[in-house]
Design a protein around this ligand. Structure first.
Ligand code: SF4
Length: 478
């Protein structure tokens, strides 16, 4: 079969990218330092840029930069971020380009006072709203969808920040977990479908907000509860107030948080990611059994599902591929003679564990197929007698429009190829995916999850899809 896309080196290149991570602290004298630590715990959700905004009770102070949290913030910068309130953001761009102007939190000074915003998700109608705002005279500083919300808040006729936020959010559609910081309050909102996670925690008298609970553990804070889909939480001098300002909608929490994004030591949507990921592997062993000698995870993405597969199948788990964690971006163009350079830089097979074995190779997904093909050939070159690929999710057939960076549909190998064609492409002896029903069994129920990238059925229509639907309806009529 023809390679559907040109080969690109690297492991991450063949995975969906993380989205963004949010953290906030209300009522702690070390708010900025705690937020800085919290962002370390969320670094896996975005490595392009990070930012911190604190409130000293009179005004908002900000620091931002490109790259990893540890490299951006110096002691002097953190010292400047005074105050008992702070919010932070790590970003991987899902909308807008990668540059400092798009680094969040965004901060504005409006007639409603200073406001900072940090966003995880993607607004599907942001371009249309932005177009209208620009025609009405708004000037945008970034290319991010998030800035649209700030403009809508600033222009809202509602006099209070909370009501202006609700007014603004009623005009946008899509996925948003948001944290706002004002001079004296932190406001958290999750969209009515609850696509992206957001949780509340407690550290003594201080209140914490975080995308994932692993960041609470890092600062010794306790998990309290999730911010519910469609809920607005206002944390201020009067304590924690909860509002339900939006009409209720069916919940569509992102199932891919369990498959790949979230850290295994997090509680997400009320479940342990580690537990769910292992159950995905157990279900896979039940649905796609294979006569083999050893289960080998593709690190790190396949590790927990491989544990479950090993438990479910009774086959021993071996770490037959070792990952080098210290590889950043590489800038040399590999020539044909060093074709597998990119993958080899990050992964190395352990010949002693693979030689002469029938290997079950476990990964969470196949996106383009390029990396899987290289890994299969690497495992064979290390002496494996057979290589059976098993994937702990259903075939990825569509892109995500709700805050996850995915290749275009045409680049997703499963969007246009059968499982057998993909098997031939990656040169595996067999290939088996978990079914969507198996995924539902692993998460424990099937009603409250978004599975659009596995089904091509999108709960919140986006302009392109609306357009496609209109064309389809027109065709049907004629
Ligand atoms: Fe998650 Fe996929 Fe839905 Fe995007 S489309 S929110 S990645 S399940």
């Amino acid at each position: 079969m023809e390679d559907p896309v040109p080969s690109t080196p690297g492991i991450k290149d063949d995975h969906f990218r993380e989205e963004c991570g949010l953290f906030g602290v209300y009522g702690h004298p070390e708010a900025a330092n705690l937020t800085y630590l919290g962002l370390h715990g969320l670094q896996h959700r975005g490595q392009e840029s990070a930012g911190l905004v604190s409130s000293n009770g009179e005004r908002l102070l900000e620091e931002k930069g490109m790259g990893h949290v540890a490299r951006i913030f110096r002691k002097e910068q953190l010292r400047r971020l005074k105050g008992d309130l702070a919010i932070g953001h790590v970003r991987y761009s899902t909308a807008g380009t990668s540059s400092l102007v798009n680094a969040q939190p965004f901060r504005i000074d409006s007639c409603k006072g200073e406001i900072a915003i940090a966003h995880n998700g993607n607004l599907v109608n942001a371009y249309g709203v932005r177009d209208e705002l620009e025609k009405a005279g708004s000037i945008f500083r970034s290319s991010s969808d998030t800035e649209v919300v700030l403009h809508l808040i600033a222009r809202s006729a509602q006099p209070e920040v909370e009501t202006a936020i609700v007014d603004a959010l009623k005009q946008v559609r899509g996925a948003y977990s948001l944290i706002f910081l004002t001079r004296d309050r932190i406001i958290a909102v999750r969209d009515p479908r609850g696509f992206r996670p957001l949780s509340l925690g407690r550290l003594g008298d201080a209140h914490i907000l975080t995308s994932e609970s692993c960041a609470l553990d890092l600062i010794d804070a306790a998990f309290v509860r999730d911010v519910e889909p469609g809920e607005m939480v206002v944390i201020g001098a009067a304590g924690v107030k909860s509002y339900r300002p939006f009409p209720a909608e069916p919940v569509s929490q992102c199932i891919f948080e369990y498959v790949y994004f979230s850290r295994p030591d997090s509680l997400v949507f009320g479940r342990s990611v580690h537990e769910v990921r292992k159950r995905l592997g157990r279900e896979l062993a039940r649905e796609q059994p294979v006569d083999a000698d050893v289960v080998v995870p593709v690190p790190d993405s396949g590790v927990y599902a491989a544990l479950g597969f090993s438990e479910g199948s009774g086959l021993p788990l071996e770490f037959g591929l070792v990952r080098n964690h210290y590889v950043g971006r590489t800038f040399i163009e590999p020539r044909q003679s060093i074709r597998h350079f990119g993958v080899k830089l990050k992964l190395n097979p352990v010949r002693a564990l693979l030689d002469g074995k029938r290997v079950v190779l476990l990964d969470d997904s196949i996106v383009r197929g390029t990396t899987s093909r290289k890994i299969v050939s690497m495992v064979r070159a290390a002496g494996a007698r057979e290589v059976h690929m098993r994937i702990s999710s259903a075939p990825t057939v569509g892109p995500c429009y709700y805050g996850v960076d995915t290749p275009r549909r045409a680049e997703l190998i499963a969007s246009s190829h059968t499982v057998e064609e993909i098997r031939r492409h990656i040169r595996a002896d067999s290939l088996g995916y978990l079914s969507l029903e198996g995924m539902y069994r692993a998460v424990g129920e099937n009603r409250s999850f978004c599975t659009s990238c596995y089904t091509n059925s999108y709960p919140v229509p986006f302009p392109e899809e609306e357009q496609m639907q209109k064309v389809a309806v027109e065709r049907h009529r004629t």
